[in-house]
Design a protein around this ligand. Structure first.
Ligand SMILES: [Zn+2]
Length: 252
């Protein structure tokens, strides 16, 4: 039995089962054929069943001592098997009532596509949301955020959300009598603490020194996260919010 694939020189198109030759070669137990990749949609159940039938028939013929070879043949020159394959491919491609199935798609591909779609949806929602305005200034890109391994601390979370033990936030909920920072300059908001508050001058100077080793000033929140995360993380954890809060003469 000979199953060595072979090619016919010069023929590069129209892979097909060589029907005519099959019939002519029956006496010598020979068949010319080859895998079909011409356009029969892989996602159609009846095509899969057809492939199975072809394999079964080939197996059966091998048992009967048929000599089977695979070869390329020229397309569109009237070869019966090739013309039949073309016709079936066109029918399948233009059919609108052929059910699709997905059990030949690897799970990893499905997972990957779902993940990409989910991240895109999340990014759209993040862009359109009116919530988390402060956090959005730090984290604009969802993919970049997902790729970060954050060891969250209380201070860091407070500084990237604005939620916690700062006067403007506590004042909103009537927990403090005034939003003003103990430095007396402005309301105690995140931007004030990060860029202006005199009470954090020492911590900020350390941050600036770290930034200037590789970057430039001024700098915005997004750049702090993307380019100087380590220095910014240290800055947030160096802040004593209890001290800032307790030094408020207008607080209770
Ligand atoms: Zn201040």
């Amino acid at each position: 039995m000979n199953q060595q694939p072979s090619r016919t020189a010069g023929d590069t198109k129209g892979p097909t089962i060589h029907g005519e030759h099959t019939y002519r070669s029956q006496g010598g137990h020979s068949i010319h054929g080859q895998p079909n990749h011409t356009g029969l949609p892989q996602k159609q159940r009846h095509i899969r069943n057809s492939r199975r039938k072809i394999r079964q028939q080939l197996t059966q013929m091998k048992k009967m001592q048929w000599h089977i070879q695979f070869s390329w043949v020229k397309a569109h020159v009237g070869i019966l098997g090739n013309e039949t394959a073309d016709t079936l491919a066109k029918e399948a491609a233009t059919s609108t009532d052929t059910p699709e199935f997905y059990d030949e798609v690897p799970i990893s591909v499905v997972k990957s596509e779902i993940e990409v779609a989910s991240v895109k949806k999340l990014q759209r929602e993040w862009d359109q949301s009116t919530k988390g305005q402060i956090t959005k200034q730090y984290f604009q890109d969802i993919v970049a955020r997902l790729n970060m391994e954050l060891n969250l601390t209380h201070n860091f979370t407070l500084m990237v959300t604005g939620h916690g033990n700062i006067h403007s936030y506590l004042h909103r909920f009537r927990i403090r009598g005034t939003p003003t920072c103990p430095c007396g300059i402005q309301d105690q908001r995140i931007d004030h603490l990060l860029f202006e508050c005199e009470l954090l001058r020492k911590e900020r100077n350390i941050l600036k020194t770290n930034i200037l080793k590789t970057g430039v000033l001024p700098i915005n929140k997004s750049e702090l996260i993307r380019k100087h995360f380590k220095g910014f993380f240290k800055f947030t954890n160096d802040i004593s919010f209890d001290k800032l809060t307790n030094s408020d003469p207008n607080g209770d």
